[in-house]
Design a protein around this ligand. Structure first.
Ligand SMILES: Nc1ncnc2c1ncn2[C@@H]1O[C@H](COP(=O)(O)OP(=O)(O)OP(=O)(O)O)[C@@H](O)[C@H]1O
Length: 245
């Protein structure tokens, strides 16, 4: 898939979020999209997924089907979990009962089959968001901050799922401001800043600098959050008393 001179702004007079972006996502490739809060990561993902249409330029050779997992799963819909997953599978033209059931099991959704989406916790709703994207066997899987809101067990599943989609020949595009990038071996990075996208190798050997900083222990959480919000990969936190996270 290629983005050819893709530009985007919200509304006719809004500021340009992206300007003439040229990037290529190879078949079977994984791309991690990095950047500060508000840099345009979600916008880029939505253009790639076909959720937004470019204001200028064109997206070519988008694989199908597209599995799109938004940052916040829109849970205000009058469906039960199983009803929603079945309806979404129909939208993709297939109702593979086995695929629906397999993802319900794997993501731990079985206890919530008959629960209405609006009654789910945020983390469980995010899993339903993941399931609907995976059921059709996506040729392009687009995950907006997939680690956000998921419980620890489901977070562990994300790299596994990405590897499986890639092994089946699919392409994966993931945005990440939590610094989980290292969990996706072989991924390329697209860093969004000032309307442009810079392509790099994620964690390429010898290319990563690790900077140690010291802050008062009480500021650690806020500092980690600020660094991640700026697109940095926080690899560890320790106190003078020992390892914290
Ligand atoms: N629906 C919208 N209408 C108008 N402006 C928007 C809309 N969605 C996003 N923007 C603006 O476009 C810019 C890019 O937003 P985007 O959500 O793509 O950034 P992001 O890098 O994903 O940020 P975050 O990490 O906070 O999710 C921001 O300035 C944002 O305020």
């Amino acid at each position: 898939m290629r983005l050819d001179g893709v530009s985007y702004r919200y509304g006719r007079r809004g500021p340009w979020v992206l300007r003439e972006v040229d990037v290529e996502l190879p078949e079977g490739g994984t791309v991690v999209v990095l950047g500060r809060n508000g840099a345009g990561k979600s916008t880029l993902l939505q253009l790639a997924a076909g959720v937004l249409r470019p204001s200028g330029g064109v997206v070519r050779e988008r694989p199908s089907p597209v599995g799109w997992v938004p940052e916040r799963f829109p849970a205000d819909q009058p469906f039960t979990v199983v009803g929603y997953l079945t309806a979404m599978a129909r939208v993709h033209g297939t109702v593979e009962r086995n695929a629906i059931e397999a993802w319900i099991d794997r993501l731990g959704l079985a206890p919530y089959r008959g629960t209405r989406l609006g009654e789910l916790s945020k983390g469980t709703a995010q899993k339903v968001g993941l399931a609907q994207a995976l059921i059709p066997g996506p040729g392009l899987l687009v995950l907006d901050e997939p680690w956000e809101g998921l419980d620890a067990a489901a977070r562990e599943l994300v790299p596994e799922i990405v590897a499986e989609v890639v092994a089946a020949g699919g392409s994966v595009l993931v945005s990440d401001h939590r610094g989980e990038t290292g969990r996706l071996p072989g991924a390329v990075t697209w860093t969004v800043a000032d309307g442009t996208v810079t392509v790099g190798e994620a964690g390429g050997a010898g290319e990563t600098a690790i900077i140690e900083i010291a802050v008062p222990a009480g500021d650690a959480e806020a500092t980690v959050a600020a660094l991640r919000a700026d697109g940095h990969d926080v690899v560890g936190v320790r106190t003078t008393a020992g390892v914290r996270a």
